[in-house]
Design a binder for this molecule. Structure first.
Ligand code: DX5
Ligand code: ZN
Length: 222
């Protein structure tokens, strides 16, 4: 399998120096920058949107991976693209016209992702498999960092990988990822790992590098 992508979630970073934190995980060797957008409605927490993403875009050339935990993603898709987002992931639970939303994201020139809450069945993916570039499997209930990994999602990842039948689609897993849980999800078919609190520990490029390497080492050769 190709190398697993590590996507530090800036939710666990120091928002007071967000650009520096993004620069630091970039230098520490991450693959993607995971941006948790929350609207205080779909999830009980509120973070940032396109203007902040645009303000920090210059801090790194790495893939900007936006996870939209919002009730009305369709309204702002173009703003995320203009802000410099590379991957736009919406939640299946809020998209009445998921096929249309995913097509629109691709039309904007971005990679299209769809995310499932821990309780959401993978069945809703069946008819959009040719419209997605990434499936984001939530392994905690969205809204906060630092929660415990929910192990039932491992079977879900296996089923999604089977359903994809060889399509070149990333399965990204988000929530409670550490060097202990990463092997479980990668063995099941995950190709990208979001990690917030496990990466942003120590407050320096060197510690971020060690934290990223610990996750990478845990899945080496799987
Ligand atoms: C939760 C977010 C996650 C979160 C992960 O709603 O989507 O990206 O930051 O944080 P950890 O890795 O600490 O569980
Ligand atoms: Zn996320």
């Amino acid at each position: 399998m190709a190398d697993v992508k590590i996507a530090p979630s800036v939710l666990a970073s120091d928002f007071g120096k967000l650009a520096e934190e993004i620069q630091a995980v970039d230098q520490a060797g991450c693959d993607w920058i995971h941006l948790d957008v929350m609207d205080g409605h779909f999830v009980p927490n509120l973070t940032f949107g396109p203007p902040i993403i645009q303000a920090v875009r210059g801090a790194s050339n790495k893939t900007f991976d936006a996870h939209l935990m919002v009730s009305n993603p369709d309204q702002l898709l173009e703003l995320y693209q203009k802000a410099g987002t590379d991957i736009i992931t919406v939640h299946a639970e809020v998209c009445e016209h998921l096929d249309r939303t995913l097509s629109r994201i691709r039309e904007l020139g971005c990679r299209a992702g769809v995310s499932l809450n821990p309780h959401t069945s993978e069945d809703c993916l069946r008819y959009v498999l040719d419209r997605v570039d990434l499936i984001l499997v939530m392994s905690v209930n969205p809204g906060f960092g630092g929660q415990s990994f929910i192990p039932t999602v491992v079977d879900k990842i296996t089923r999604i990988r089977d359903m994809l039948g060889g399509r070149d689609v990333d399965i990204e897993v988000d929530g409670g990822i550490t060097a202990e849980t990463a092997p479980l999800v990668v063995s099941a078919g995950a190709t990208a790992l979001v990690a917030g609190s496990a990466v942003f520990k120590g407050g320096s490029v060197e510690s971020y590098r060690r934290n990223i390497e610990a996750i990478r080492d845990s899945v080496k050769g799987l």
